[in-house]
Design a protein around this ligand. Structure first.
Ligand code: MSP
Length: 652
């Protein structure tokens, strides 16, 4: 089929914040999108796959300053890091957009001007609570116990002139759209969340410009205002296609998007703001916005101070890209939250990949060599009593896989493919080729078994390609399959595609080496925590007080300490760095008390210290313990009346 006649398929990932190394959770969105893009290409679609970076806003400007670099230099370096990771993970994006590129900035400003021109954006005054990390403003009522409702961090009261987007105007239309298009938000429960939490209570107009910083696209004809990052970011999906430019060919070809994959944390932006912006531009809405769940590691959110950050780069370099792609897609039922751990990873590699798939390939290659000098016998229909059943199993697997692809049930779909792997291994046991080989009269049966094994593996290799793009060519190579027509999705369920004689390799090599379980788990654990966590996460870590029972309390070592020296943390306003004498030694302790005490007030003071807390680095400073302090309603005090006790005294 010529490119012109192909059905198009446009898929996007969210564009990433340039905030440091990616962990497996952040890489997941892009891996999933790549799986879908590869599958659709395999099914004959003209696919366009977009990803990129979301590079404006105060948070990013601050990070660049912290790194001592001009913002553009900083974001370009981060974009390069992202591209390197995507290359390593074999991500086949067609376009990578950075919101600081001219092609985006110009069109973005034009879109904003169009909103103003059409009367969708008006100028007013904004007063509200701002969460800097989330780049979001909230009304008092939206705060949860005075904190950001999304990330639970502190918010700041801001009053400023601002442009507003008239969201209310489109609310009813959007509600109607949701009910007319059941595929618009998937999984469906996310739609209910959006309806009940945001649309039904009534939409507020959205403040879409900022005056507090400079790093962004300026409002046309009013450059003291910078366009709100979410307006800037969301429009990337159409500016990347040249919408509003002199050449709208890509836009006309690919818009509306078929699937926009997002994490559950940003669904509101993609299913409320984004469709409303599109309605205001009089453009069709994406067919589906799919929100996936979040990964935890051993049940916990990933963060450096917890030492539980799983880094896709490290895993891919050590165990192979396909092991990472397979494990992530298999472990997390798409749409729900899920967990992955070093143990689960090593088990998946050993059992599913090395044992089930790897052994099947290895046994097949060595039997074809042993019984037929490496030449795969030609297909001859159903010869043994087990052939038809295996073929039927393949037919039903292909059906299930295709259906699950449409539903985006990747974990279930991989389980279906692995059921075929097991079924094929069972076929070897059922047909017992080593017994057939003993009797010349069974030669035809033996030939049929070899053909069916090779065929089953050929089809498995095609089915896994979207997930494991580096394994598929290895399987073909070991089986000696070179004909392109035998490698396509269209060749599934066909048994006579191998028109030329094929010869398996003389000696198969394991596609996935078996791992020493304990050794590899220890290795992965040692590597965890190597990703920089954000400033806010680290501070939050200091502030978090877990609930514990008395038996746990007894495990905590509390001692009287005396602050010998104290200074402001060089990189964090809220932190102080103290040298504390705890009797047996002097420890450096970082604490979030700078808003309440000046360093000079603390020198000489006796305090209570948790001394057996795992050391952490807070914004680059080692902290070997924690200072106890009481706080309420914004006030904070250190415990008093311990001045006459010697340093190192136990506190109970
Ligand atoms: N810049 C915005 C997106 C703007 S799109 C117009 C953003 N960037 S992000 O870098 O914070 O997140 C990128 C993707 O990673 C999002 O889809 C987010 O949901 C996803 N994830 C971040 N942590 C994750 C997990 N722990 N697990 C799964 N996905 C995770 O949001």
């Amino acid at each position: 089929m010529s490119q012109e006649n192909k059905k198009t398929f446009y898929i996007t990932t969210p564009i990433y914040y340039p905030s440091g190394k990616f962990h497996i959770g952040t890489a997941y969105t892009t891996i999933v999108s790549d799986v879908i893009a590869r599958y659709k290409r395999g099914r004959g679609f003209d696919v366009r796959f977009l990803t990129g970076m979301d590079e404006h806003g105060q948070k990013i400007e601050e990070k660049a300053i912290e790194a001592g670099k001009p913002p553009k230099v900083f974001v370009d370096e981060m974009a390069k890091m992202a591209k390197d990771l995507w290359k390593l993970l074999d991500i086949t994006y067609d376009d990578f957009i950075q919101t600081t590129e001219e092609r985006h900035e110009l069109l973005m400003a034009k879109i904003f001007a169009k909103f103003v021109e059409n009367g969708d954006i008006y100028k007013g005054e904004y007063e509200g609570w701002r969460c800097i990390p989330c780049e979001t403003y909230y009304t008092e009522a939206q705060l949860v116990e005075g904190m950001c409702p999304d990330c639970n961090r502190a918010v700041k009261l801001i009053k400023e002139e601002s442009y507003f987007f008239n969201m209310k105007k489109y609310a009813d239309r959007l509600i109607q759209y949701y009910s007319d298009h059941p595929q618009f938000i998937l999984p469906e429960f996310r739609k209910n969340e959006m309806m009940n939490n945001f649309l039904k209570p009534g939409l507020e107009d959205l403040s879409v410009s900022r005056m507090t910083f400079d790093w962004g696209v300026k409002v046309p004809n009013d450059p003291k205002h910078v366009i709100y990052v979410w307006v800037d970011a969301l429009t990337n999906y159409i500016t990347a296609l040249g919408y509003g430019s002199d050449d709208e060919a890509l836009f006309n070809r690919y818009w509306p998007a078929d699937v926009q994959v997002v994490g559950k944390d940003i669904i509101r932006f993609h299913t409320i703001y984004w469709p409303i912006f599109l309605m205001a531009l009089d453009l069709p809405l994406p067919k589906t916005v799919f929100a996936h769940g979040f990964f935890t590691v051993n049940g916990e959110k990933m963060s450096k101070s917890k030492g539980n950050v799983l880094c896709p780069e490290m895993l891919a370099k050590k165990y192979g890209v396909d092991a990472v792609r397979y494990t992530l897609l298999r472990e997390l039922p798409f749409g729900q939250d899920g967990d992955v751990s070093p143990v689960a990873f090593v088990k998946r590699v050993n059992f599913d990949l090395a044992n089930d798939l790897g052994n099947l390939l290895n046994r097949t290659v060595s039997m074809v060599n042993k019984y037929f000098d490496g030449v795969v016998p030609r297909y001859n229909g159903h010869v043994t009593e087990f052939d038809a059943e295996l073929e039927n199993f393949i037919v039903s697997t292909v059906e299930k896989v295709e259906a699950n692809f449409e539903r985006m049930h990747f974990s279930a779909l991989l389980a279906d493919i692995w059921a075929l792997v097991s079924r094929t291994n069972k076929y070897i046991d059922e047909t017992s080729p080593w017994i057939l080989a003993k009797d010349e009269a069974d030669r035809e049966k033996l030939a049929s078994v070899m053909t069916h094994l090779v065929e089953s593996l050929r089809q498995i290799a095609i089915l896994i390609e979207p997930f494991m793009p580096q394994t598929t060519p290895q399987v073909f190579a070991q089986l000696g399959i070179t004909e392109e027509a035998s490698k396509t999705w269209a060749s599934l369920n066909q048994y006579e595609t191998l028109t030329e004689e094929i010869k398996v390799v003389e000696k198969g090599t394991p596609i996935f080496p078996r791992l020493e379980v304990d050794e590899e788990i220890a290795y992965i654990k040692a590597q965890m925590g190597s990703v920089e966590s954000s400033k806010e996460e680290e501070i939050k870590e200091v502030e978090e007080v877990p609930t514990i029972g008395i038996e746990d309390f007894m495990k905590i070592e509390l001692k009287v300490g005396q602050i010998k020296a104290c200074k402001q943390h060089p990189k964090a306003d809220r932190l102080l760095v103290s040298q504390v004498d705890i009797g047996s030694e002097t420890r450096q302790i970082v604490s979030g008390i700078a808003e309440h005490y000046k360093p000079e007030q603390l020198i000489g003071k006796k305090i209570v210290v948790v001394t057996n807390l795992k050391p952490v680095k807070l914004r680059g400073e080692l902290s070997e313990g924690m200072v106890l302090a009481a706080s309420a309603e914004g006030k904070l005090s250190l415990p008093e009346m311990i001045d006459d006790l010697p340093n190192g005294s136990i506190v109970k």
